[in-house]
Design a protein around this ligand. Structure first.
Ligand code: HEM
Length: 203
């Protein structure tokens, strides 16, 4: 009985945070977005690799999200806009498919995976302004994904948190956390295999 109570006190967000904090730290440390000598060609590679994963993930997840009553703001269009502003045709880029994407077919899996991708917008609030300054660009000249529409991030995150807590029961947290961890690791693998992140360092 006391175990059940203890489990109920952990919110879905707390479970997801605790279950993925090491994944976030690993991915964050493998990206060079904040490096002082970050080069334009590296940024282009990052945008292209992000596009390949984000566009494919959104194509998979958006119809499921509509069905599950989960609000998701698609971000792939901003990546396309940035790539076009920097002279790259997004239609020619490889898209993640099959096992390169996490399994989101359960409601808990959908929410867990969305936690990662919606949560990634929080980091953009720090990364965007820095990239704009570093490359002297703005949301119309190559920094729409990381730097554009930043004021929408807080409200979108608050709405997601409400929907998450309303949607998931404590017994579903483990499935959500597994999907969130898989999302971090599949995204990381995709970025590594497209030259946009370093492989995780063994500890
Ligand atoms: C250089 C890269 C990154 C940096 C510096 C960074 C930084 C941050 C920061 C500062 C926050 C907390 C923001 C706040 O509380 O307002 C955050 C949250 C988060 N980030 Fe990142 N991030 C990076 C990349 C990523 C990536 C690539 C993903 C996922 C694909 C990601 C997923 C998340 C998630 C899920 C949260 C929400 C954590 C929570 O509050 O539960 N981040 N990030």
């Amino acid at each position: 009985m006391s175990d059940v109570k203890a489990e109920e006190q952990v919110s879905a967000l707390e479970a997801l945070r605790a279950g993925t904090s090491s994944n976030h730290a690993t991915l964050d440390a493998s990206l060079d977005l904040m490096r002082d000598d970050y080069r334009p060609e590296e940024y282009l590679r990052t945008l292209a690799a992000f596009y390949g994963f984000v566009a494919a993930w959104e194509a998979q997840v958006l119809p499921q999200a509509v069905e599950a009553g989960l609000s998701l703001q698609a971000q792939a269009g901003k990546l396309r806009q940035d790539l076009e502003a920097l002279g790259v045709d997004a239609d020619l880029l490889p898209l993640a498919s099959g096992d390169a994407l996490p399994d989101t077919h359960t409601r808990a899996g959908l929410y867990g995976s969305s936690y990662v991708m919606i949560g990634s917008r929080l980091g953009a609030r720090i990364i965007g302004p820095r990239l704009m300054k570093h490359f002297n660009i703005d949301e119309n000249s190559g920094c729409a994904y990381f730097g554009g529409d930043i004021e929408a991030t807080g409200p979108a995150w608050r709405l997601f948190r409400q929907q998450l807590e309303a949607a998931l029961q404590p017994h579903e947290h483990a499935v959500a956390v597994a999907a969130a961890r898989a999302t971090f690791s599949r995204f990381h693998q995709w970025l590594v295999s497209h030259g946009a992140a370093r492989a995780a360092q063994p500890v």
